[in-house]
Structure formats: structure tokens, C-alpha cells
Design a protein around this ligand. Structure first.
Ligand code: AKB
Length: 319
């Protein structure tokens, strides 16, 4: 039987692609998209859509009961860079929304939750290379703090109230269909847009800043895989390390230059450099690979190919 799914934050970078994929798998009538505004018309027009404030428990409950929802994907959050500008707003949004869905499950109104964590749970004292699942975690951004605390609460609700909550620590996500908003890894999407539009990019991170990254299709596959796994396979109820590749801005530039040889870049690190410097360079995701059979498909060359080909053809369609 198909689950009845509610996606909160369905107009965002990951939410919008996840909505389309889940609608393709389970049928448009079984996947209700929601967001604080009509931020993505493809999502709004391709199935059922509700305006929903993730911080408002009563509205969330009304929506869940209206559609008989059993599964929630909570994709609404304020990311690392915006979170540093609005610390209290980031705390309130990220924590209120999580407690709202956890409490719906605790009160047996829904059965299952997906909640994304992030590599931002790690901090400057974490081992940077091949960061283990279990290690020192002292995040220095508000976003990272909300994700780390959120992980603790997910595990707590699972242990105390038997809530079926599942989570992965996303690295930076790269997609040609949707734009990221307010993150530190956003350069890895912007750079492709600017390469095609201007043949030049002003990068806000320094050339040797190495970060874990992943193509959107891999991220969506991981999200669906962890949710489809039998409950016993999910051994970690805080959040799983998840990895694909790691690269620096310099690596992306080289990869783009193999397609656009006149592409140029200048490096003007801003406040996001300090955030990036506090995060791991690479991640050990053995638990995800072993417990629910995770594997990635896209390396940097494949990502560059997909990004440039698809962005070019979108630009042609719109011209
Ligand atoms: C960000 O840069 O804030 C996000 C993340 C790594 O969670 N993309």
C-alpha cells in the first residue's frame, strides 16, 4: 500500500526534487507538498499543495488529519550562512519544526519521519579526513548546533517513544534543476550557472577549501533508500554519515575548464570561509553502506557534464 506523504519545505532545493520523485513513485495523490509560500510553481502545479508554517503545530496537525498523512519529510530549515545572520530565527525554525513532527509521531498521529541532518554537525575539533560516524562533534554555527541537538532529540524520541525517525547527514548538494539558498556549499552550484552566463565566477571560498559534496540524484536516492529500508536495518537513530565525493573550488574550475576553456575565476573569501574551514574534508559513511546498502553514482566529471549540459539546454529553451 502507498504511504500518504507530507513534504514540508517542498519548494526548497532538496524538497522540490524529492517531491517530484516521490510523486513519480507513489502517485501524485499520495504526496502532499507544502511550504510557507508558492516558491516553486512546478511543485505547486504538479499535485496537491498546501501553504503550511512548519512552526505551527496546530496547522500541521490539521493538514495531516485532512489528508490522512502517515509519513512526513521535514525539509524546511535555515541553512548555515543565513543562520549566522539570523541566529535566533534559525534556532526557532529548525527546532520548532522538528519538535512539531516528532510530537505528531509521539502522539501516534503519523508513523514515520525523515529529517535531514548535515555535515554541519561537525566542528573544528572533529577529525577532518574520513570523519567517522562517531567522533568529536563541537559545531560552531547555529545551523550546526540545531542539527546536532536535533540528532539527539531524534534518537531520544526513538528510544523513549518508539518514533520511527530516520536521518542522514547531507553534504553539499549540487543540482541543475533547483538553486540552493543560504548555505556555505552553494558555490558549487553557482559556479556552473556563472560559468555559462559570464564565463567568470567570483568564488566566496578559497581555492583549496575541500568539502564533501554530492549530486542531487544521489541525495534523493539515499533519502528514498533509507525510508524504504526495514525498521530493523536502521541501526542509527540519530543520523547517518553520508558521502559521495570531496572537492575544492580549484577542482571544479579544472573540471569546468575541460568544457569551457576560457572560464576564469577569482577568489574572494567572505564570512563563509570560516564556516567551511570548520567542516570535514571527507566523510566515512560505512554504516550507511552496510546497514541500508547505500552507494553513490556521480563523480565530479559526471556532475560537471550533467550540470553544463542541462543548464545549457534550459538556457536555450528560455531564449
Ligand atoms: C550548507 O552549506 O549550509 C548546507 C549543508 C552542508 O548542510 N548545504
Amino acid at each position: 500500500m502507498n504511504p500518504k506523504i507530507l513534504i514540508i519545505g517542498a519548494c526548497g532545493q532538496i524538497g522540490s526534487e524529492l517531491t517530484q520523485k516521490l510523486r513519480a513513485i507513489h502517485g501524485a495523490d499520495n504526496v502532499i507538498a507544502s511550504d510557507i509560500n508558492y516558491g516553486n510553481l512546478d511543485v505547486v502545479n504538479s499535485g496537491l499543495f498546501e501553504i503550511l508554517d512548519a512552526q505551527d503545530y496546530s496547522s500541521m496537525k490539521i493538514c495531516v488529519e485532512k489528508y490522512n498523512i502517515d509519513t512526513i519529510y521535514l525539509m524546511a530549515a535555515m541553512l548555515s550562512a543565513t543562520g549566522e545572520k539570523y541566529p535566533m530565527k534559525a534556532w526557532d525554525l529548525n527546532m520548532d519544526s522538528l519538535f512539531n513532527v516528532l510530537n505528531l509521531a509521539k502522539n501516534k498521529i503519523i508513523n514515520k519521519i525523515f529529517w535531514p541532518s548535515s555535515i554541519a554537525v561537525f566542528g573544528p575539533t572533529t577529525p577532518k579526513e574520513n570523519t567517522p560516524q562517531y567522533t568529536v562533534m563541537e559545531p560552531t554555527t547555529v545551523y550546526g548546533i540545531t542539527k546536532q541537538v536535533g540528532e539527539r532529540w531524534c534518537e531520544y524520541y526513538h528510544n523513549k517513544y518508539n518514533v520511527d525517525v530516520r536521518s542522514i547527514r547531507y553534504p553539499g548538494i549540487i543540482s541543475w534543476k533547483t538553486l540552493p539558498g543560504g548555505g556555505t556549499t552553494d558555490y558549487a552550484v553557482d559556479i556552473y550557472h556563472k560559468a555559462l552566463a559570464d564565463n567568470h565566477y567570483d568564488c566566496f571560498l578559497s581555492e583549496h577549501t575541500e568539502l564533501p559534496m554530492m549530486f542531487m540524484d544521489d541525495a534523493i536516492e539515499a533519502t528514498i533508500k533509507i525510508m524504504q529500508a526495514p525498521p530493523d536495518a536502521i541501526k542509527i537513530r540519530s543520523s547517518y554519515n553520508l558521502a559521495a565525493i570531496s572537492f575544492t573550488p580549484e577542482h571544479v574550475v579544472k573540471s569546468i575548464k575541460s568544457h569551457l576553456k576560457d572560464f576564469t575565476v577569482s577568489y574572494e573569501p567572505d564570512f563563509r570561509q570560516e564556516i567551511a574551514d570548520s567542516w570535514p574534508k571527507s566523510i566515512d559513511d560505512n554504516h550507511a553502506r552496510k546497514d541500508w546498502n547505500w552507494s553513490h553514482h556521480y563523480d565530479l566529471e559526471a556532475i560537471t557534464n550533467e550540470m553544463l549540459t542541462n543548464l545549457k539546454s534550459l538556457a536555450n529553451q528560455n531564449s
